[in-house]
Design a protein around this ligand. Structure first.
Ligand code: HEM
Length: 224
């Protein structure tokens, strides 16, 4: 069984399936995370109660973190290997760059991924552990609402998040498009639907994420 799995992973389709499945898990998390974040508009009690609920069972929390971390590591590993293989297939490079896939999102996948990776490390030190929170001595592990609002009142911090969220949106757009291709919707007849689904999903998730820093900067959400 293990040998079969490794043989399948050894093929380029195998790596793309792993990339699609792990991408699905990570973006499932991001979608739920975005919906959770929107509770900032319901006030501190709601958002902080939701955050307390998520941490109420440490066994569940660590099992969930383990799955998420494993999915992220496998996603990065398979993406890196597919990229290295495609570079190895044309070692001299193109004299003139020609892009088979034409969207800006497709071309940004390879550097967008590492940028998102760096952002996640910054993000954990900012909102989860608090070391990089602008009001670090004040950071309160149980008051997620005020951590977020004080955090985004610093314009450069909000700007970093907006850039990261844009990257996530572009990554998501091309990721959903490619995932649908990997699972079989590759016929050009489906292209319009694939584009529509990918764009809608990317806009909803990216837009929902961006709404929080924008609302704090605009003064629509205040510290309490
Ligand atoms: C404006 C956008 C975002 C906001 C306001 C936000 C907010 C937060 C907050 C407040 C926490 C800490 C929650 C707590 O300690 O209870 C958190 C954790 C986290 N966020 Fe975000 N986030 C945003 C975007 C993202 C993005 C784009 C990603 C991934 C690419 C991400 C991944 C994570 C992860 C992995 C955790 C740690 C979860 C855990 O504790 O296991 N976040 N986020």
């Amino acid at each position: 069984m293990a040998t079969r799995v490794m043989t399948f992973y050894g093929t380029s389709v195998g790596k793309k399936v792993v990339m699609a499945v792990t991408g699905f898990i990570v973006f499932g998390f991001i979608t739920v995370h975005m919906l959770g974040n929107l509770q900032v508009f319901l006030g501190p009690e709601k958002l902080n109660a939701y955050a307390r609920f998520l941490k109420s069972s440490s066994a569940f929390l660590w099992a969930f973190r383990g799955v998420l971390l494993a999915a992220a590591v496998l996603h990065i590993l398979s993406a890196t290997q597919v990229t290295l293989q495609s570079w190895a297939a044309r070692p001299e490079g193109y004299a003139v760059q020609r892009y088979r896939e034409t969207t800006y999102a497709a071309r940004t996948m390879r550097w967008g991924g590492p940028i998102i990776g760096v952002f996640v490390v910054y993000h954990l030190l900012h909102f989860t552990t608090g070391q990089l929170h602008p009001s670090a001595p004040w950071f309160n592990g149980t008051d997620v609402y005020n951590n977020v609002v004080y955090g985004f009142q610093v314009p450069w911090t909000a700007a970093v998040y907006l850039v990261a969220v844009l990257m996530v949106g572009l990554h998501l757009y091309h990721g959903v498009w490619s995932m649908l291709q990997t699972v079989g919707a590759a016929h050009p007849r489906y292209n319009r639907w694939r584009r529509f689904l990918a764009a809608t999903f990317a806009l909803l998730v990216g837009g929902g994420m961006a709404l929080v820093p924008i609302s704090v900067l605009a003064g629509w959400v205040h510290p309490v």
